[in-house]
Design a protein around this ligand. Structure first.
Ligand SMILES: Cc1ncc(COP(=O)(O)O)c(C=O)c1O
Length: 368
C-alpha cells in the first residue's frame, strides 16, 4: 500500500492552514488594540445591521446568485449589468476563483512586492511559480516599477496582479502604466481593495470595457467596514466573468453578507463618513510623527501607513514589542532594501490613533 503522502498533488504538499497569529491573538484578548490588519475600526451602520437581521431571519433559505447586489455593483461602477460582476467571500476568494481558471502547475504569476500575501498563497496552491518584481525604494518612497513588470513576462506568465493602492505602501501606480500592462493581453488583476478611500474616480474599472484581460477586484472589508462578513467582487468583460464564474461553488455567498453588502452600497453617507474619518486620521498620524529624525513615513491613500525606522537605529521588531507593552498590535514587515526598520499601522479609533502616536513618540524619545 502506498503512503498517503504519495497521493497528494506534489505542489500542495506541506502547505499549512493559513493562520494569522495576530488576529488569533486579538480575538483571544479583546482589550488589545487591533492596529495590524487593515480593518475598519467602526462597526457596521444601523442600515447594514438591519439588513443583516432581516436576512438572518430567513437563514433557512438558500441564497440566489446575488443578481440584485451584482446589479448594484454594476450601476455604481458604470458596468453594463450583473453579467459583468462575480461575487465571493471576500476578495481573497475572488482571486482564488480567477487564479484557478487560468493557472496550471508550473506557470507563473507576477506580483509587485511588497504586496498582499494571499496572492502567493493561492497561486502556490495551484502550483504556480510566483514571480516577485520589487518596487523601487528611492528618495524615501517606494515606486511602482512597470518596466520591471513588463520585463518579467515570459511565455509561462498566466496572471499579473497589481494592487492599486498597494498594501503596504499606500500609493497608486500612474494610470498610463495600467494601459501598457493591459496591452500585453495577459490576464491582469487590479486589486482595488482600498480604492474607496481615494474615491472611485481613481479606479481603473473603465479598462474592463476595452481590455477583456483586465479584472478589477474589490472588497467590503476595508472602507465599508465588513471584514467579518466576507464579501468581495470582481468586475470584468461579460464573457470573462461568464467563464470564471464556472469556478464558483454553488451558493458561495450567503444571504446575510449579500444583502448586508447591498445595504452598505446604498448607505453612501455611511461610506463617506468612514472615508472622511479615515483620511483625517491618516493625516493626523502622518503629521504627528513627521518630526522624528530619520523616520520614513510613506504617504498613504488607504487605511494603513507604512514606516521605515531603519535610519533611526531602531528596528521594526523593537517598535512592535514596545507597542505591545501598551496593548497595541502593529504589523511587522520582513527585512528589505537593506533595512530592518519596517512596520505598518492600521488606522484605529480616534483614541487608538492618539495612543499610537504617543507610544511612538515615547519610543523614539520625542516630546509628547
Ligand atoms: C491588497 C489587499 N487585497 C485584498 C485584501 C483582502 O480582502 P478580503 O477581506 O476581501 O479577502 C486585503 C486585506 O488586507 C488587501 O490588503
Amino acid at each position: 500500500m502506498k503512503n498517503i503522502e504519495e497521493y497528494y498533488a506534489p505542489w500542495v504538499k506541506g502547505i499549512p492552514m493559513y493562520i494569522s497569529a495576530h488576529i488569533e491573538k486579538a480575538w483571544r484578548d479583546p482589550s488589545l488594540h487591533r492596529m495590524m490588519s487593515n480593518e475598519n475600526p467602526n462597526p457596521p451602520s444601523d442600515k447594514v445591521l438591519d439588513a443583516m437581521v432581516r436576512y438572518a431571519k430567513m437563514a433557512n433559505r438558500y441564497p440566489d446568485q446575488g443578481l440584485v447586489v451584482r446589479s448594484k455593483i454594476a450601476e455604481i461602477n458604470g458596468a453594463d449589468g450583473p453579467q459583468n460582476v462575480m461575487i465571493g467571500n471576500g476578495s481573497s476568494e475572488v482571486y482564488d476563483n480567477i487564479f484557478r481558471m487560468f493557472i496550471e502547475p508550473g506557470q507563473e504569476v507576477i506580483q509587485h512586492t511588497p504586496c498582499f500575501g494571499i496572492y502567493g498563497l493561492r497561486g502556490k496552491l495551484l502550483g504556480a511559480n510566483m514571480v516577485s518584481v520589487p518596487m523601487v525604494y528611492k528618495d524615501k518612497y517606494l515606486h511602482y516599477d512597470p518596466d520591471a513588470i513588463l520585463a518579467a513576462i515570459t511565455d509561462k506568465t498566466k496572471i499579473i496582479v497589481v494592487a492599486n493602492p498597494n498594501n503596504p505602501t499606500g500609493n497608486f501606480m500612474d494610470p498610463k502604466h495600467f494601459v501598457t500592462i493591459a496591452e500585453t493581453g495577459i490576464p491582469f488583476v487590479i486589486d482595488e481593495a482600498y480604492v474607496e478611500y481615494a474615491g472611485l474616480g481613481v479606479s481603473q474599472v473603465q479598462l474592463t470595457k476595452k481590455y477583456k484581460n483586465v479584472l478589477i477586484t474589490r472588497t467590503l472589508s476595508k472602507a465599508y467596514g465588513l471584514a467579518g462578513m466576507r464579501f468581495g467582487y470582481t468586475i470584468g468583460a461579460k464573457e470573462v466573468i461568464d467563464q470564471i464564474s464556472g469556478s464558483l461553488l454553488p451558493w458561495n455567498v450567503g444571504t446575510i453578507p449579500m444583502w448586508a453588502a447591498l445595504a452598505a452600497f446604498e448607505d453612501t453617507e455611511g461610506l463617506a463618513e468612514r472615508v472622511k474619518f479615515n483620511n483625517e486620521e491618516v493625516d493626523f498620524i502622518t503629521e504627528s510623527l513627521s518630526d522624528i529624525p530619520g523616520f520614513v513615513i510613506f504617504p498613504s491613500k488607504a487605511n494603513y501607513i507604512l514606516f521605515d525606522c531603519g535610519e533611526t537605529g531602531k528596528t521594526g521588531k523593537e517598535v512592535l514589542a514596545f507597542a505591545e507593552t501598551k496593548g497595541i498590535i502593529l504589523r511587522g514587515e520582513t527585512e528589505k532594501y537593506g533595512s530592518n526598520g519596517w512596520f505598518r499601522v492600521t488606522i484605529g479609533t480616534k483614541e487608538e490613533n492618539r495612543m499610537f502616536v504617543d507610544t511612538l513618540r515615547e519610543f523614539f524619545g520625542m516630546k509628547k
